[in-house]
Design a binder for this molecule. Structure first.
Ligand code: 5GP
Length: 185
């Protein structure tokens, strides 16, 4: 049986990465897609592990050759899902997790009708703003762009099959695990 595409979306700072790491600890059979991006690498990130860091020309070439399942402009940078690894893993029967923003989730909805779309949301926008400032990975003007994007993303909740509130990490992971388990039957 072919595997499914499982999209986990949510605004920057909502804790998607942490929730997904915990989920992969419980479900090591899931395959996590590595995105391509034109955003600069952060000091703790590894090329090929966290992202494929590409310059604009290389990203353009990949997009133009049809090599991306979806892609989006986000806070002034481009991010996209390389299609080949997703196709190979699903063909081999693995479920593939995409951690992507909401515009990309909409494209996956159109291109992969069987995909499961899950949106992770913060308990409130204030809580999200506080988290983004505390995380300290972005310049203040980029934090503002990310909060603006978050407002737009939360307004798209209707696109998703499930919405999970990340208030307590363990509860959010339990919920995500339950949704993925239930949808396999
Ligand atoms: P960050 O710069 O914080 O790593 O990611 C910014 C946003 O881009 C996050 O919401 C993240 O989920 C999203 N993102 C990461 N990879 C992709 C991708 O391949 N496609 C799309 N559409 N969004 C992505």
């Amino acid at each position: 049986m072919a595997g499914r595409v499982v999209v986990v979306s949510g605004p920057s700072g909502v804790g998607k990465g942490t929730v997904i790491r915990a989920l992969l600890g419980r479900r090591p059979e899931l395959f996590l897609s590595v995105s391509a991006t034109t955003r600069p690498r952060r000091p703790d990130e590894v090329h090929g592990v966290h992202y494929r860091f590409l310059d604009d020309a290389a990203f353009d070439a990949l997009a133009r050759s049809g090599g991306l399942l979806e892609w989006a402009d986000y806070a002034g940078r481009r991010y996209g899902t390389p299609a080949a690894p997703v196709m190979e893993a699903t063909a081999a029967g693995a479920d593939v997790l995409l951690e992507i923003e909401v515009q990309g989730a909409g494209q996956v909805r159109e291109r992969c009708p069987g995909a499961l779309l899950i949106l992770i949301v913060p308990p409130s926008l204030d809580a999200l703003a506080e988290r983004l400032h505390r995380r300290g990975t972005e310049e203040p003007e980029h934090v503002a762009a990310r909060l603006e994007a978050a407002r737009r993303e939360l307004a798209q909740a209707g696109l998703f099959d499930h919405v999970v509130v990340n208030d307590r990490l363990e509860d959010a992971v339990d919920e995500l695990d339950r949704i993925i388990g239930a949808s396999r039957r």
